[in-house]
Design a protein around this ligand. Structure first.
Ligand SMILES: O=P(O)(O)OC[C@H]1O[C@H](OP(=O)(O)OP(=O)(O)O)[C@H](O)[C@@H]1O
Ligand code: HPA
Ligand SMILES: [Mg+2]
Length: 179
C-alpha cells in the first residue's frame, strides 16, 4: 500500500492532536445538549470513531450513507440516500461528521434534509476541507485541516473503495489511478 502513496498531507500525529482538540471544543459547546453525531458513511467512520472517544459528554451516534462519487474522482452532483438514520432527531442537536468537503454538494443536501426533520440545530464537523473546489457554500462549525485541490485517500477516505485503512491523509501516485 505504501508503494502507491506519492505524498502525505496530514500525518498520524497531526490527526491525533487535531481530533483531540476538536473533541474538547465539542465537549464544551454541547454540554447540557442532546448531541447526536451523524456520521456520513463510509468515509467518516474512522474520524467519527476517534472523535467520539475524545468527546466527554453523553451522546448518540447514527449514520447516513449518501453517494455522489461512486467509483469516480469527480462528483456526479446528484446526491442519493443509500442508508437513512435509525434515530428520530426532532429536538436533538445534530453534528454531522464528515471526512471531507469538496464541492459542498453532499453536505448542503444533508444539512437541509436534517433541518427539515425538526432538529434543534444542525452543524457540520469536517476533518478536511478543499475550499478551492466549492460549488455551494456550507457553514462549517468545526474543521480539522484545509488541504489543496488534490484527490486524497486514507483515514477513512477511499479511491474506488480502497486505501480507507491507510493511517494518514495522503495523495496517490498518478500511475495508481490507472491500475
Ligand atoms: O463535497 P462533495 O463534493 O459532495 O464531496 C464530499 C463527499 O464525497 C465523499 O464521499 P463518497 O461519495 O466518495 O462516499 P464514501 O464516503 O463512501 O467514499 C466524501 O466522503 C464526502 O462525503
Ligand atoms: O479527495 C477526495 N478523495 C476521496 N474522495 C473524495 N470525495 C471528495 N473529495 C475526495
Ligand atoms: Mg468515496
Amino acid at each position: 500500500m505504501k508503494n502507491d502513496i506519492k505524498t502525505t498531507l496530514v500525518t498520524k500525529e497531526e490527526l491525533e492532536q487535531r481530533v483531540k482538540a476538536i473533541g474538547a471544543q465539542i465537549t464544551e459547546d454541547y454540554r447540557g445538549k442532546e448531541l447526536v453525531l451523524v456520521g456520513v458513511l463510509k468515509g467518516a467512520f474512522m474520524f467519527l470513531g476517534d472523535l467520539a472517544r475524545s468527546i466527554e459528554i453523553p451522546l448518540e451516534v447514527d449514520f447516513m450513507a449518501v453517494s455522489s462519487y461512486g467509483h469516480s474522482t469527480v462528483s456526479s452532483g446528484v446526491v442519493k440516500i443509500l442508508k437513512d438514520l435509525d434515530l428520530e432527531i426532532e429536538g436533538k442537536d445534530i453534528l454531522i461528521v464528515e471526512d471531507i468537503i469538496d464541492t459542498g454538494l453532499t453536505l448542503s443536501y444533508l444539512v437541509n434534509n436534517l433541518k427539515s426533520r425538526g432538529a434543534s440545530s444542525v452543524k457540520i464537523c469536517t476533518l478536511l476541507d478543499k475550499p478551492e473546489r466549492r460549488k455551494v457554500q456550507v457553514e462549517i462549525k468545526y474543521k480539522g485541516f484545509d488541504i489543496p485541490d488534490e484527490f486524497v485517500v486514507g483515514y477513512g477516505i477511499d479511491y474506488a473503495e480502497k486505501y480507507r485503512n491507510y493511517p494518514e491523509v495522503a495523495v496517490l501516485k498518478e500511475e495508481t489511478y490507472n491500475k
